[in-house]
Design a binder for this molecule. Structure first.
Ligand SMILES: O=C(CO)[C@H](O)[C@H](O)COP(=O)(O)O
Length: 226
């Protein structure tokens, strides 16, 4: 049995070429891509400029001697490799299961080639079985909760180790269970209009390449031509 996350992550790392600026994703699938990039930096002497989507990924990259830069130096990214919680047939995503959605989205929006790596269980017909993470400011979060609930979802304030989970940006996450999201684009607009919302985990029209790892060892690479 192959590890689908590992083979997808390692395949994605093979897209990176010497001299590129690279966005490093967050989560257990991105972990394998970052490790492979670290190995390529060490073995092939690749010269890269990398930026991470979370403190966790930045720390991992530093351990692997991957050069990390800030936004003072990086205006545009050649390739970002990141995981996702769900990917629909139109390449739209739910992200933020690991709580890094805001930084992930900022990085996605300056990326020329956005590569998403998943195992096949995450490739779905339509989004919504996975809860939609919404990052909200702490001030008045209960009222932001009410506005979101009025959209017809069940919501949980995210916790970790029995404490309220705090993002790298000092905010809370409300996990919104919509069951099925019929129109991700219009839902994103509606959520963005709620006061207190910082960002939501819908990534519309961003993915260029989807890499799906399977336990058989097969890797499917789908290009978004839309
Ligand atoms: O969006 C994310 C973190 O905010 C992750 O990319 C997403 O949750 C997938 O994680 P994993 O690869 O561990 O299943």
């Amino acid at each position: 049995m192959n590890n689908p996350k590992k083979i997808a992550g390692e395949k994605a790392a093979s897209f990176i070429k010497d001299g590129m600026t690279v966005g490093l994703g967050t989560g257990s699938t991105a972990f394998f891509a970052i490790h492979k990039i670290g190995a390529r930096v060490k073995e092939e002497g690749l010269k890269l400029k990398c930026i991470a989507t979370s403190i966790e990924s930045e720390n991992l990259a530093k351990e692997l001697n991957i050069p990390i830069f800030g936004f003072e130096e990086i205006k545009e990214i050649d390739i970002t490799i990141d995981g996702a919680d769900e990917v629909d047939k139109n390449f739209n995503l739910i992200k933020g299961g690991g709580g890094a959605l805001l930084r992930e989205k900022i990085i996605a929006y300056i990326t020329k080639h956005y590569i998403i790596i998943v195992d096949e269980t995450k490739h779905v017909e339509s989004l919504g079985k996975f809860h939609l993470p919404v990052e909200v400011v702490q001030f008045g979060w209960q009222r932001t909760f009410d506005h979101l609930q009025n959209l017809g979802c069940e919501i949980k304030l995210r916790e970790k180790n029995k404490e309220v989970f705090i993002t790298d940006n000092g905010n809370y996450i409300l996990d919104c269970n919509f069951k099925k999201i019929e129109n991700p684009e219009s839902l994103q607009t509606t959520i963005h209009n709620i006061p207190g919302v910082v960002e939501c985990g819908l990534f519309i029209n961003r993915t260029n390449t989807l890499i799906i790892g399977k336990p058989s060892g097969e890797i499917e690479v789908l290009e978004n031509k839309g």
